[in-house]
Write a protein that binds this ligand. Structure first.
Ligand code: HEM
Length: 411
C-alpha cells in the first residue's frame, strides 16, 4: 500500500538508495511530482510516459541544447527532427546492423575473451569494474575505429560527458570539469576525423565522414557530435544491463538454471532485465504547451522527466510488475528490441534508441560466453550489493565467485 510522505524528494538520499520503494506511491499518489528545487515535473505512469515520448508536438527535445549540446560539442541526434533526424539516424543504424553487426560480434567476442582471461583461473571477478566498464568502452572504440590503447583516457573524458548529461544538480566546479573533458575529447577526435576523411575504412567514424545530408558532407563539428553521442549513449546502459542481468539471475537460481540449460532463453532474460531494472531511468522532455495529467497542469516551457523504472513497474501495463520473471506472458521477447516494445527501457517514439539490435547482440553474446565459464556463480563472501544513479542506474560493483576454470579451452 502506498504511504503518503510529506517532503518527498527525488533528490533525497532515501530515493537514491532505492527508488523502486517509492514508485508505487508515486504512480498512485503523486503521478505528476513537481520537484521544486530544480523546477521539474516527474511522471511515473506507463500511459503518461508513453504519451510524452510519442506526442512530439506537445513535448520536444529542446532542452538537450542545454543538457547535452555543450558536451557533445554540437547538436545531438535527440535534438533533431524531420529529414535531418531520419537521415542521420539511418547512417548510425547502418553502422550497427547487417554485415557491420556480424563483424562487431567478432570484436565483442574478442574483447570479452581478452578481458575475462585473467580472472578465470582466480575464480573471482567484479563484473562491473573488472569487466563491464572496460568491455563497454572497448567495444564502442572498436565500432568507432578508435585505438583501444587509449581506452582509459577516453573512458575518463566519457565519464565527464555523462556526468554533465545525467546530473540533476551539477556544481559550478563539476560543470567546468565536464566541459574540460568534452573539450579534450573533441581535441582527440578532430585529427582522427581528418585522417578518416583522407583514408576511410569500414568503421563508424569513416561512415560518418563519407556520409552526406542534402548532398553535403557532414562537417567536423557534426561528426564529432555524433561520435560523442554514440560513445555516450552506447557504453553505459549496455554494461549496466549486463551486470543487472547477472544480479537477477543469481537472485533467482531456478531461472538461472533454466537459462543455463536452454540458452535460447537468454534474450527473454535480457528483455525482462530491461523491463525490471532499466539502466536509463529518466528521459527528459520540454512541454511545448500546457498539458494536463491526472488533473495537474504542466505549464508550457517546463522540463518533464519520464520515470522509466516506475513506468516499467506499472501494474496497468504488466501483471505482478515487481516480480522478475523471464517467462512473463505480457513481455514479448521478439518485440522487446523493436519499436513495438511493451517496456520503455529504450524509450519510444521518434527518438527510441537506435542501438537496440546492437545492444541485444552485445549483451546476448557476452552473457552467452560468460554463463558456461562462471560455474557455480555466486556473490563473493562479504559483498554488499549497492546501486547508484538517478538518471542512469546500475550496481556500483558486482563481486562474484565461481569455480575457477583450470584451462582456457572455454574461450
Ligand atoms: C541496453 C542498452 C541500451 C539502452 C537501455 C538504451 C537506452 C536508450 C534510451 C532510453 C534512449 C532514448 C532517449 C530519448 O528518448 O531521449 C536511447 C537513445 C539512443 N541510443 Fe540507446 N540504449 C542502449 C544502447 C545503445 C547502443 C548500443 C547504442 C549505439 C548505437 C545507442 C545509441 C543511442 C542513440 C544514438 C540514441 C539517440 C536516438 C535519437 O535521439 O534518435 N544506445 N537509448
Amino acid at each position: 500500500m502506498p504511504v503518503a510522505r510529506s517532503g518527498f524528494s527525488i533528490l533525497s538520499e532515501d530515493f537514491a538508495t532505492d527508488p523502486y520503494r517509492s514508485f508505487g506511491w508515486l504512480r498512485e499518489q503523486a503521478p505528476v511530482h513537481h520537484e521544486s528545487s530544480i523546477d521539474s515535473y516527474f511522471l511515473s505512469r506507463h500511459e503518461d510516459v508513453t504519451r510524452v515520448l510519442t506526442d512530439h508536438e506537445a513535448f520536444s527535445t529542446e532542452m538537450f541544447q542545454v543538457r547535452a549540446e555543450p558536451v557533445m560539442r554540437g547538436p545531438v541526434l535527440a535534438q533533431m527532427t524531420g529529414a535531418e533526424h531520419t537521415a542521420k539516424r539511418k547512417i548510425i543504424v547502418r553502422g550497427f546492423t547487417g554485415d557491420a553487426l556480424r563483424e562487431q560480434i567478432r570484436a565483442i567476442r574478442a574483447n570479452a575473451a581478452e578481458l575475462m582471461a585473467p580472472f578465470l583461473t582466480r575464480g573471482r571477478v567484479d563484473l562491473v569494474n573488472d569487466f563491464g566498464r572496460p568491455f563497454g568502452v572497448n567495444v564502442t572504440l572498436d565500432v568507432l575505429g578508435l585505438d583501444k590503447a587509449d581506452w582509459r583516457q577516453v573512458a575518463a573524458w566519457h565519464s565527464g560527458v555523462i556526468e554533465f548529461i545525467t546530473s540533476l544538480d551539477l556544481t559550478p566546479e563539476r560543470h567546468r570539469h565536464c566541459l574540460d573533458c568534452a573539450e579534450q575529447l573533441e581535441a582527440y577526435l578532430v585529427p582522427v576525423i581528418r585522417q578518416r576523411r583522407r583514408h576511410p575504412g569500414d568503421d563508424l567514424i569513416s561512415r560518418l565522414c563519407t556520409a552526406e545530408f542534402d548532398g553535403i558532407a557532414l562537417s567536423d563539428r557534426e561528426v564529432t557530435a555524433l561520435i560523442i553521442n554514440v560513445l555516450a549513449a552506447s557504453t553505459e546502459p549496455a554494461d549496466k544491463t549486463l551486470a543487472l542481468l547477472f544480479r537477477h539471475l543469481i537472485d533467482h537460481p531456478e531461472q538461472l538454471a533454466q537459462v543455463r540449460q536452454d540458452p535460447e532463453l537468454l534474450p527473454a532474460a535480457i528483455a525482462e532485465t530491461l523491463r525490471y531494472t532499466p539502466p536509463v531511468q529518466l528521459i527528459p522532455r520540454q512541454a511545448e504547451r500546457d498539458a494536463v495529467f491526472a488533473g495537474v497542469t504542466i505549464p508550457a516551457g517546463a522540463t518533464v522527466f519520464c520515470m522509466i523504472g516506475a513506468a516499467n513497474r506499472d501494474p496497468e501495463a504488466f501483471t505482478a510488475p515487481d516480480t522478475f520473471d523471464i517467462h512473463r506472458p505480457d513481455l514479448s521477447t521478439a518485440r522487446s528490441f523493436t519499436a513495438a516494445a511493451q517496456h520503455l527501457a529504450f524509450g519510444t517514439g521518434l527518438h527510441q534508441c537506435v542501438g537496440t539490435a546492437f545492444a541485444r547482440a552485445e549483451i546476448e553474446t557476452v552473457a552467452g560466453m560468460l554463463l558456461p565459464l562462471l560455474e557455480k556463480v555466486r556473490y563473493s563472501p562479504g559483498f554488499r550489493y549497492r546501486e547508484t544513479g538517478l538518471y542512469t542506474r546500475g550496481p556500483s560493483a558486482l563481486s562474484l565467485d565461481f569455480t575457477p576454470v583450470l584451462d582456457r579451452q572455454g574461450l
